[in-house]
Design a binder for this molecule. Structure first.
Ligand code: NAD
Length: 260
């Protein structure tokens, strides 16, 4: 077990990639805080982990709310005695050409992806520094932390922003043994991507099959989707890494789409 007795707070862990990371972390011995907007689904994930013999509890958290983030992190610290790992993973997608992108939608995207990363980082860093046992912070970036794609201006801007935030947190956190890194997955079949396939088909006037083959997977080395398990394994590796040698970096997990 690579994460025995570590406490991990994972945002957006009621679904998709976050859920898989929560289940994998629990298998590796971590105690899990499932922080999600969707409390019912978060509680179900926590139940699943407990039924499999792990430790988990759910907190309701809108990551763009300062009050809810600070309360959720305080509840997590009270419940498990500290936080060792933060995975800032909650995210949504809103696609539209720049010229049609509504300002309130832009602000919503930046609030969830950027404010959410900042607020959870600040609260968890404070808790990590107070306990004095170091920590690992992982941001869920994307290949779109390094590449651009049409219709995804807010998403691409926010995912690039996470790389900048991780670099600063790595520098500020080093003296307290806190590392910060970004995972950059390619396309993963989750509800977030399933929703985009028909939307992109309509936007581009092509079939859904062509969205998958000619848009989403066209630059991979083997035409394969990345899996939630691929991302979860990378998240275990980053959290378990034993020194500050690996900090302030981003790792692309994408079947070769965007080689650095
Ligand atoms: P998903 O839709 O399956 O899960 C996202 C979760 O985030 C949901 O449980 C949702 O309730 C939660 N959430 C949404 N808004 C929230 C908020 N304001 N506060 C708290 N929780 C909130 O999506 P996913 O595909 O698992 O995406 C997870 C992360 O991975 C996102 O940051 C996404 O950008 C990133 N990502 C996904 C892919 C992909 O192809 N699926 C690729 C690269 C990066």
């Amino acid at each position: 077990m690579q994460l025995k007795d570590k406490v991990a707070l994972i945002t957006g862990a009621a679904s998709g990639i976050g859920k898989e990371m929560a289940i994998e972390y629990a298998k590796q011995g971590a105690k899990i805080v499932i922080a999600d907007l969707a409390l019912d689904a978060a509680s179900k994930t926590a139940d699943e982990i407990r039924q499999a013999g792990g430790e988990a509890f759910a907190v309701a958290m809108d990551v763009s709310s300062e009050e809810q983030v600070d309360k959720g992190v305080a509840d997590a610290v009270a419940h498990f005695g500290g936080i060792d790992i933060l995975i800032s993973n909650a995210g949504i997608q809103i696609i539209s050409p720049v010229v049609d992108y509504a300002f309130d939608q832009w602000k919503k995207m930046l609030a969830i992806h950027m404010d959410g990363a900042f607020l959870t980082t600040r609260a968890c860093m404070r808790a990590m520094i107070e306990k004095g046992r170091g920590g690992a912070i992982i941001y869920m970036g994307s290949v779109h932390s390094h590449e651009g794609s049409p219709f995804k201006s807010a998403y691409v801007a926010a995912k690039h922003g996470l790389v900048g935030l991780a670099k600063v947190v790595a520098k500020e956190g080093a003296k307290d043994g806190i590392r910060a890194n970004v995972i950059c997955p390619g396309f993963v079949r989750t509800p977030l991507v399933d929703k985009q396939i028909p939307e992109q088909a309509a936007q581009l006037n092509i079939s859904e099959e062509d969205v998958i083959k000619k848009v989403m997977l066209k630059d991979t080395i083997d035409g394969e989707f990345t899996t939630t398990q691929d991302v979860a394994q990378t998240a275990v590796f980053l959290a378990a890494f034993p020194s500050n040698a690996l900090s302030g970096q981003s790792i692309v997990v994408s079947h070769g789409w965007h080689m650095q």
